[in-house]
Design a protein around this ligand. Sequence first.
Ligand SMILES: Nc1nc2c(c(=O)[nH]1)N[C@H]1C(S)=C(S)[C@@H](COP(=O)(O)O)O[C@H]1N2
Ligand SMILES: [Mo]
Length: 320
Amino acid sequence: MLIRKPTDLTAADITPKQVYLNRRRFLEAMGIVGATAVAGSRVLELAAPSEAAVAATKFNALLKSPFSTTEKENSYEEVTHYNNFYEFGTDKTDPAKNAQKFDTSNWMVSVEGEVAKCGKFSMDEILKIAPLEERIYRHRCVEAWSIVVPWIGFSFSHLINLVEPTPKAKFVAFQSYYDHRQMPQGKWAGIEFPYVEGLRLDEAMNPLTLLCVGMYGESLPNQDGAPVRLVIPWKYGFKSIKSLVKIKFQSKMPATTWNLAASNEYGFYSNVNPNVDHPRWRQNKERRLGELFRRNTLMFNGYGDQVSSLYSGMDLKKYY
Ligand SMILES: Nc1nc2c(c(=O)[nH]1)N[C@H]1C(S)=C(S)[C@@H](COP(=O)(O)O)O[C@H]1N2
Ligand SMILES: [Mo]
């Protein structure tokens, strides 16, 4: 266990009870009195540790989200066999093949930097931060394909509120797991690992930003970013960082993997924007996996009502 400063909160301090009380305080603050009962009734059928690599955890009693689209979901087969996860290879079919033995047991996520309570969270502790919801999101990749996925998770803002950012925290930096022994294909990917991403604190606080632990009623398959990832539906897919191990609150804008790889092609914000083409291809159309004809790409991937105010006054051609 990493103990950074004597005042830091460690995993041992974040007992289930404390997390529960924190959540309860949060819900009470929001005036959701009955919601604690709903949260408490959530039943997890945890796989035995020895089976964890193969058996998915089923999540029951998921809350429905007002942020879900009513568009037709892609199939589980489509969403788990057409992936970007360069640590496991650059071909869209590589992650499904190469990530099967990825060991995500004993996972820890470190929360660091400008927060009152830094520390390490186990997956059990993460699952207790807030009630789990099903969120059906459109997900739009910069390579002009899109999918509709019933993700499972909760707004990342719940974690932010729990760890209490200091006034110096203006951005959140994210880092993926990387181990070249488990991810030998990463050597040929042409990008630097560990994969890193970032959000402005207000983007991270937006309720659409999902800390995602599952999809289709179950824990995340390895190729989709097990055991915990982000899903940020108004941004290009590469912002939705997989297999998270580190979350750091900081005053400086964080480096991001695709900006480091090609700064002329990828900016920090990377909001879905049909009016700003990628230097090498257009962004005004997309192909939904499983469909023949392309559809028009929407500003902010159709989530403008919830997020456009984050960027008021900003030139989105300059800050792409
Ligand atoms: N660690 C890590 N996270 C990642 C990537 C990656 O290569 N490594 N690829 C990104 C890209 S480009 C996309 S489009 C989405 C794809 O998510 P999906 O495979 O679940 O659809 O994951 C993003 N997160
Ligand atoms: Mo992507």
